[in-house]
Design a protein around this ligand. Structure first.
Ligand SMILES: CC(C)(COP(=O)(O)OP(=O)(O)OC[C@H]1O[C@@H](n2cnc3c(N)ncnc32)[C@H](O)[C@@H]1OP(=O)(O)O)[C@@H](O)C(=O)NCCC(=O)NCCS
Length: 211
């Protein structure tokens, strides 16, 4: 399928489908951006080698799903932003390897609870939906509409691929604002300060109360 509404130029950015040859470049981009500036990762801090491997392992199967695209800055040739989209059919199992970092085990129960808090299949009467798994813009390029453009193109493409439902977990005020602009409806909300590990201990007690 040619995602013609996704590819091509916008401002100084070339939007391209992420192919297998780009995977290591994209993971490196996320390590330098998303693994530091997404709020949960920022609060948990201490991004060890094991934690990076755990995150890479979670992301790689989604990249292999073939729906991720990136915006490349034409001037520097660097990746400026990445949009990871993955199909979520009912029986989907990402077959993740066991976590290496204790921090991953602390955060995972919160994410699992959040992801399971809405039954998308029954709520919307579908067997599959598209998940916007990661929206990341490099701090060198934020504040100029690139995040909005990535989501705009993502929604066009998701619709073009025939999905009737799209889900996103917006963990950042700016990404929530972008979601609002495209009419996302809030169906579930969790606060980071309430996140607990599987022993019931709070994992992000220092998070701001509105995060
Ligand atoms: C969130 C992110 C993708 C935004 O990228 P961006 O290119 O700066 O986004 P845009 O310039 O298109 O737009 C941001 C919008 O959020 C608004 N915004 C920015 N900071 C905000 C804040 N603290 N609170 C509320 N809105 C904010 C902007 O005003 C703009 O809205 P507008 O068009 O109505 O003025 C980028 O900051 C990022 O990658 N953050 C770290 C990773 C992350 O948290 N990703 C989202 C996880 S779901």
């Amino acid at each position: 399928m040619q995602p013609f509404t996704v590819f091509g130029m916008w401002k100084n950015f070339n939007f391209q489908l992420v192919q297998e040859t780009h995977f290591s470049q994209v993971l490196l981009f996320l390590k330098e951006t998303f693994y530091k500036d997404e709020p949960i990762k920022g609060i948990m801090g201490n991004m060890t080698k094991d934690r990076v491997t755990d995150l890479d392992n979670r992301i790689l199967p989604r990249l292999k799903d073939g729906k991720t695209f990136m915006a490349v800055d034409q001037e520097s040739g660097k990746i400026a932003g990445v949009m990871i989209i993955a199909a979520c059919p009912k029986d989907k199992d990402w077959n993740l390897p066991p976590a290496l970092s204790p921090m991953t085990s602390k955060v995972t129960p919160f994410l699992v609870e959040l992801e399971g808090s809405v039954d998308m299949y029954n709520r919307y009467g579908v067997d599959t939906y598209a998940d916007i798994f990661i929206l990341s813009v490099s701090q060198d390029f934020t504040g100029h509409g690139l995040g909005t453009e990535l989501l705009r193109r993502a929604i066009s493409w998701i619709s073009e691929m025939g999905y009737q439902v799209v889900q996103a977990a917006f963990t950042n005020p700016a990404s929530r604002r972008i979601g609002e602009k495209f009419g996302f409806v809030e169906v579930s909300r969790r606060y980071l300060v309430d996140a607990k590990d599987d022993k019931g201990n709070k994992t992000m007690p220092n998070a701001d109360k509105d995060q």
